[in-house]
Design a protein around this ligand. Structure first.
Ligand code: PLP
Length: 382
């Protein structure tokens, strides 16, 4: 299989699995127990927390381990807003459903939201956020990189603006797609909260973090034990916590070299597709995009049909985000780009990663030329 769906998930790196193994086999102590086995588990968790904090340029106590990106996003929105009985937040139209649906749910309880749009390239501007602020705005939550079109958003600019003009408004960023790929420095980004998920950078699934700056008031979304400084109850899953930290460490070490390699490969792929397949277009910003992300539309044919044909050819890709594929509605991200409807249903995302070689891209281009030709020959739109 040629795997070109690294934004959906990545395989667990063997080195990461090695680090996790003892915690899945002989070491089973509960990290809250006071005897030696419990303390070994506690030490492993705290060491993982220090590793993560060092990479993100924050303090260890500012890291909360969660069950993944979805929980981190939920905890950020619900946790901040529910410290009061009402309040307003600003989000964007292209957020992941973990933010959008959480906002919809909170809206039923009286919290209000303003959703800002994006330009044709998928970017939003600091001025839009500024305009959307209200006297009771408590939080701005905008993503660092989009999961469908890979666009990198100006989070630092927004952080700078808030710090200068509205220091009481908190800034959260969903950095799930950027984790292990972009340099994530919470001080540089000027964010108060930040979500990451382990399975996007060759770590295990079911583990994420929420960075919460010291001093930020957060109401827990689940109650029970006193774990994670009383901010996230539940017995810690030591193996995946250890795996998360190791995966982030490795990704961070390789980041610069791997990003440069992927960018080159990505741009080669984009150039070939746009020049060799007529009536094709790239969606999302050409430069401000994740190093491994490509997202195309092919006029006159269905993205889902392309996917099935690619699958038969042994190539795994996606027709949008993994969470929205399976639905035939156009994705909310492409809708926000205001793509003409003739391009809306014909899109496909290829996301490159560690295993991707130039020969995989060459094979994919050959297959895509065949598939697009075949499907167009039977399309009523052509
Ligand atoms: N946020 C973004 C931008 C994502 O891409 C994803 C997963 O695709 C999530 C949140 C959810 O993360 P998880 O799969 O860890 O729940």
């Amino acid at each position: 299989m040629i795997y070109l769906d690294h934004s959906a998930t990545t395989p667990l790196a063997p080195e990461v699995f090695e680090k996790m193994k003892p915690w899945l086999t002989q070491e089973f102590g509960n990290a809250t127990s006071i005897y030696a086995a419990g303390q070994r588990a506690r030490n492993a968790i705290e060491s993982a927390r220090r590793t993560v904090a060092k990479i993100l340029f924050c303090k260890p106590e500012e890291i909360i381990f969660t069950s993944g990106g979805t929980e981190s996003d939920n905890l950020a929105l619900r946790g901040v807003l529910r410290t009061n009985t009402d309040g307003h937040a600003v989000i964007s139209k292209i957020e992941h459903h973990a933010i959008l649906r959480t906002a919809e749910d909170l809206a039923k309880d009286g919290f209000s939201f303003t959703k800002i749009g994006v330009d044709k390239s998928g970017k939003f501007k600091t001025e839009q956020i500024e305009k959307a602020l209200q006297p009771n705005t408590k939080l701005v939550s905008i993503m660092l990189a989009n999961n469908e079109i890979g666009v990198i958003e100006p989070v630092r600019e927004i952080g700078k603006m808030l710090q200068k003009k509205h220091p009481d408004i908190l800034l959260h960023t969903d950095a799930v797609q950027a984790g292990g790929i972009l340099n994530i420095d919470v001080q540089h980004l000027k964010v108060d909260l930040l979500s990451l998920s382990g399975h996007k950078f060759y770590g295990p699934k079911g583990i994420g973090i929420l960075f919460v700056r010291n001093g930020v008031k957060l109401r827990p979304t689940q109650t029970g034990g006193t774990q994670e400084h009383k901010r996230r109850a539940g017995t810690e899953n030591v193996a995946v916590i250890v795996g998360f930290a190791e995966a982030l460490k490795i990704a961070n070490m390789r980041r610069e070299k791997e990003s440069a390699r992927l960018k080159k490969l990505r741009d080669y792929f984009i150039r070939r597709v746009l020049t060799e397949i007529p009536q094709s277009q790239l969606n999302g910003h050409a430069i401000d995009r994740l190093p491994g992300n490509t997202h195309f539309s092919f006029y006159g044919i269905e993205g889902e049909s392309i996917l099935l044909r690619l699958d038969l050819a042994g190539i795994a890709a996606s027709s949008g985000s993994a969470c929205t594929s399976g639905s035939l509605d156009p994705s909310h991200v492409l809708t926000a780009l205001k793509l003409n409807h003739k391009w809306l249903h014909s899109s496909i995302r290829f996301t490159l990663g560690r295993s991707t070689k130039k020969r995989d891209i060459n094979r994919t281009v050959i297959e895509m030329k065949k598939i697009v030709n075949d499907l167009r020959s039977i399309s009523p739109l052509m």
